[in-house]
Design a protein around this ligand. Structure first.
Ligand code: HEM
Length: 398
């Protein structure tokens, strides 16, 4: 537990660090990668170039520092980040490296303004925050279905939309490298989870890791996940283009065990009063498709409202699979919006949703923000709106 003096100094200096947040984290990453170039194999090069991870780590450490005396209240958010860390195989020994360079960067940017008391207080605060992450991740490593990255063979690759490829993979028989035998029939996947692939794309000097959501929690055929080709600008698509253009049936890909806590509220799956609303945009359909399947299997009587938005009919992903599953449910509504045709999924439309409802939202950050803002304005409680953005989101709020 941080001392009262530390709490006081940290609280008083958060605004100054917030003001210099981007400068501090830019210096932090530069220095850390200079001393530990091996970490470039863990961090997402694309996010680095776009400055996305910079903001995520900075805002999270600062937000956590604001709640230093009651870190337990941040557990849901920490858990979500920790799932990603475990999936990326971040280990306890990585934390002091980040700590050293983060504190070093604070010193470098603030100069003389950062006296010894301030540096000591922030060192203590970082250690305290890091220990919460390390403890939670320790539990996650123990529970993971397998350790590190294990080889899987691609058995199926199909187009789910013009820009989305759906992969099925099974554990490789020749698995000497990872020293663990993975038995597909013993894996318990949860709808909404993601796997993490480790690839070595030709166009990069580094190994690259990416999370992709499962589109089914069934393991009958293998582990199934979807990848959207990301071609929005020069920095995008390093891994997704590799997966689309080079990874073929018969090839091997390395996967860490499924992770994530975007999951159906199990207390509501068996009842039929509160409907399930699954809202997604683009490739965000992936985790909610697996939830649709799970709900229909567990209780097809529960009313389901399916809401999907994408650019155009060509971009409409998994439509056949969705229709097949919706046919198995007793009471369904399906609403599709094509942006290119001017069909708007806006607050006026959100107002037509029933209340109470158990709502799951997945898509790009702007989509999620507008949906969540709209739903909360319409008095849907935060506990009934669940979401999983793709790409770095994080801020621990307030
Ligand atoms: C992702 C916070 C320590 C490596 C993230 C995210 C946050 C975060 C907020 C974004 C999660 C998301 O996308 O939803 C923190 C905090 C830390 C910490 C507060 C310390 C207390 C570390 C350490 C490492 C690490 C020690 C490894 C050296 C990563 C990587 C990602 C990530 C590789 C994925 C994003 C990317 O590749 O751009 N972390 N982290 N983090 N973190 Fe951490």
């Amino acid at each position: 537990m941080a001392s009262p003096k530390t709490l006081e100094i940290v609280t008083a200096t958060v605004p100054v660090l917030e003001e210099h947040g981007t400068a501090i984290t830019t210096v932090f990453y530069k220095n850390m990668f200079e001393e530990h170039p091996e970490l470039l194999d863990i961090f997402n090069e694309t996010n680095q170039k776009l400055g996305r991870q910079q903001t995520a780590l900075a805002t999270t450490v600062l937000a956590a520092a604001k709640h230093l005396d009651k870190l337990a209240t941040l557990l849901p958010q920490v858990t979500q980040i920790s799932h990603k860390h475990r999936a990326l195989q971040i280990l306890p020994e990585h934390y002091p490296i980040v700590g050293k360079h983060l504190i070093g960067a604070i010193k470098e940017v603030l100069g003389e303004a950062a006296n010894d008391d301030i540096i000591d207080a922030w060192t203590e605060a970082y250690d305290e925050i890091a220990s919460v992450f390390i403890q939670i991740e320790h539990g996650m490593y123990k529970e993971a279905m397998w350790q590190s990255f294990a080889p899987f063979v691609v058995t199926k690759k199909v187009a789910a939309a013009t820009d989305i490829a759906a992969f099925t993979v099974v554990p490789a028989k020749d698995n000497a490298e990872s020293h663990q035998q993975i038995d597909l029939s013993k894996l318990t996947l949860t709808a909404g989870q993601y796997i993490t692939v480790k690839t070595d794309p030709k166009d990069s000097d580094h190994v690259a890791l990416r999370h992709y959501s499962l589109y089914s929690a069934s393991t009958d055929a293998g582990i199934q996940f979807a990848v959207r080709r990301d071609n929005r600008n020069e920095h995008h698509g390093l891994v997704s283009n590799y997966m689309h253009d080079q990874l073929e049936v018969g090839d091997t890909v390395l996967l860490s065990a499924p992770a994530g806590d975007f999951a159906l509220n199990q207390d509501l799956v068996q009842q039929n009063e509160i409907p399930l609303v699954l809202m997604s945009a683009g490739v965000g359909v992936t985790p909610v498709l697996s939830m649709l399947e799970a709900q229909v299997l567990a209780n097809p009587k529960r009313p389901i409202i399916w809401v999907y938005a994408c650019q155009s009919e060509a971009h409409h992903a998994f439509n056949t699979e969705v229709n097949k599953l919706l046919k198995k449910a007793e009471t369904v509504e399906k609403h599709v919006f094509y942006f290119e045709s001017g069909q708007l999924l806006d607050e006026a439309w959100l107002a037509t949703l029933p209340e109470p409802a158990d709502i799951y939202v997945c898509g790009s950050m702007p989509f999620m923000e507008s949906m969540i803002d709209g739903l909360v304005t319409l008095d849907h409680g935060v506990d009934s709106v669940h979401y999983e953005p793709f790409g770095p989101k994080m801020s621990l709020g307030g």
